[in-house]
Design a protein around this ligand. Structure first.
Ligand SMILES: C[S@@+](CC[C@H](N)C(=O)[O-])C[C@H]1O[C@@H](n2cnc3c(N)ncnc32)[C@H](O)[C@@H]1O
Length: 244
């Protein structure tokens, strides 16, 4: 089992290397199989259910996040382009997981911080980092965060991306207020998450946060909405906001 995981990591590292070197290419040039991962249900309460992302076998989570067909519906190149020109900028990927987005931004940005609360993903990202070419390696940093704090330094980043993670965060308005402090003036925040409708990928509908709820929470959390797009991606909505 461990040998299989090591082999998988080696293959994935090769794929990320290729992704970095294909930075200017289209989305079809990107990465690795999508299996549906159903989060463990949480006990009923008055609060909306929060999916537990750490549930499930780590290898299955990695295989899911890095699935080969993901590039078709995730369109990472198009998503990253929404952040504009990243030259000279510092970007945080919150809930980075395997670094699916973080590593794709490394060739474009000055610095990329892969933030996660799960030490297994921190170790995973670090195992990818050491295989990157030197000029890219020095641009990437993994950061172990807390569930209620992304652990950014004051005004550390120019942009933040949160993909398929927003629904895992509890007390989201308070979280957004804390996140704001780690963002520079006019810094942008891009949130991408699954639409409701029993999709072939992503969590069950009960675990999703609706687009209009995210919009309201962003406004309460100190952000102005810049762009709302629920058409460019088949399974997900995109919300771009700016620190108020
Ligand atoms: C479904 S994965 C998405 C991973 C990655 N963004 C992607 O799209 O492939 C959710 C990730 O968010 C992390 N996570 C959950 N709650 C978090 C929190 N409060 N702060 C930071 N990361 C969190 C989990 O450990 C997991 O790696």
């Amino acid at each position: 089992m461990m040998r299989d995981l090591i082999l998988y990591l080696a293959l994935l590292a090769g794929t990320v290397f290729v992704a970095c070197n294909n930075a200017g290419n289209t989305d079809t040039a990107d990465t690795p199989i999508m299996t549906r991962v159903t989060p463990t249900p949480v006990p009923a309460s008055n609060e909306p259910p929060v999916p537990k992302s750490g549930a499930g076998n780590f290898e299955n989570l990695v295989a899911s996040f890095e699935s080969k067909d993901r590039v078709i519906w995730q369109k990472p190149g198009m998503v990253i382009s929404l952040l504009g020109d990243l030259t000279g900028k510092t970007v945080a990927d919150i809930g980075a997981g395997t670094g699916y987005f973080a590593f794709r931004m490394v060739p474009k940005a000055a610095r990329v911080i892969g933030v996660d609360i799960d030490p297994r993903f921190i170790t995973f990202m670090d195992s990818i980092k050491v295989r990157l070419p030197e000029q890219y390696r020095s641009r990437f940093e993994s950061r172990l965060a807390k569930a209620n704090d992304p652990m950014l330094k004051p005004e550390e980043v120019d942009a933040v991306i949160i993909v398929n993670t927003y629904g895992y965060i509890e007390n989201r308005v308070a979280y957004l207020q804390t996140l704001r402090e780690g963002m520079k003036t006019d810094a942008e925040l891009l949130i991408i998450d699954f639409k409701k409708n029993n999709l072939p990928v992503g969590p069950e509908d009960d675990y999703k946060v609706g687009q209009s709820q995210v919009e309201g929470e962003l406004e309460s959390g100190g952000f102005d909405l810049l762009k709302i797009d629920n058409e460019s991606l088949d399974y997900q909505y995109l919300i771009l906001a700016k620190k108020r």
